[in-house]
Ligand binder design. Sequence first.
Ligand SMILES: [Zn+2]
Length: 478
Amino acid sequence: MTEAPPLPVAALPTALVCTGCGGRLADDAALALACPAARPGDDIDHVLVRVLDPAGGPFSEDADSPNPYVRWRRRFHAYHRARAAGWSDADYVALVERLDAAVARADHRADGRGFRITPFARSAPLSDTLGFSPAGGVWVKDETGNVSGSHKARHLFGTLLELAVEDARRDAAGFPSEGREPAPLAIASCGNAALAAAVVARAAGRQLDVFIPPDADPVVVERLRALGAACAVCEREPGASGDPTYHALLRAIDAGAIPFTCQGNLNGLAIEGGETLGWELAAAVGTPGGPTRLDRVVVQVGGGALLSSVLAGLTYGGVAPPRIHALQPAAVHPLARACERVRARVAAGETTDDVLADATRHRSAYMWPWEQEPHSVAHGIVDDETYDWRACVGGMLASGGGPLIASEATLEEANALARATTGIDVDHTGSSGLAGLLGLVRIRAIHPDENVAVLFTGAVRRPPTPAPGDVHATSGAI
Ligand SMILES: [Zn+2]
């Protein structure tokens, strides 16, 4: 970066648009992560999304870069805002690489690199066990070795790039920053999203407030605190519906915190960062070692950002669209419930597009908090609501796919099968998409020649192994 750049005046090839109210942020406006027109109780399904100019643009990739944020940088809104403000391409790459190296240090990565394109391979033992032919099979996208041990940091690193460019633009435009503390980042999570947020926030030197439930895993809480995050425990209030950590997050955002979350309605840019996963899937199709085509993708859904990101990523990925399935636990499946409501109206004669258009202004008729406090062995996808539900339902129905529900027994079975056949140290949430595939195989809904992708999204969390000296220190304290 050199001297003070002008604010952009020409139209950018990317834009932030609300799919609920239709609002579009002006190219030279301050960055927003959520729709500025959203008002409490308006029942409009505001979700801010980054769109690419359909007329085309400089969205080309650098196919030889192993870092997805460098390879596909021209699809990021931050890239085009930076270029419009006078940055060179090399300036932007330098920003990504500097923050990526900081992520690697925060995550204790020995290779000095944070994000790399993750493995995507056909598992022969898993494919054989499920009865696939050599022409088809189960393809596993392994996110367990990604930053912080899950896919979650993808969403948040994309957001961080947007915030970093915005801060640089403000500084260059002469906004006073001296003596002004940057707003804290905030998230409601007790698992992989919080851990990913803590790594990415620490890499950027930003404060992170994490709202957690009383039963949060002590291993996770200890790691969050070690990363410098401030954890606030939120009790569930009798009679109150919805997730109390989510309500606390909303209060923090009202007080000025930045939603550093993986929930698309609060942080639409989380979807942009997560699209890297869809781009990686699409880029593998037709390559040596990759599938010749993808027939289906089964994605586990909690808040919906992962599925929404994969859908958007595949849209821009240039491959024939696979059928998309969302897997939720039987214990909590608000997305499947919403999808059934849409399907009922379609069966009565309306078009899917008309129903989803109606849903933009009557959100509560389709999506509301799950009534019972949910518990599942797949604890990472027990969200009360699927925040990105409309994009998920629209994408699934357009693809010829649909929602799937798995019992606790099937979630357990899928995890045991995943671990035994692939050797990947995946946890129950991470393997839950496979539970959906098990269900499809059982009802013979899959042809043996199909190529099906599942996403192993998170690794098992274990307490850190004590150093040899620590054992003696504790055993001698009698
Ligand atoms: Zn809106």
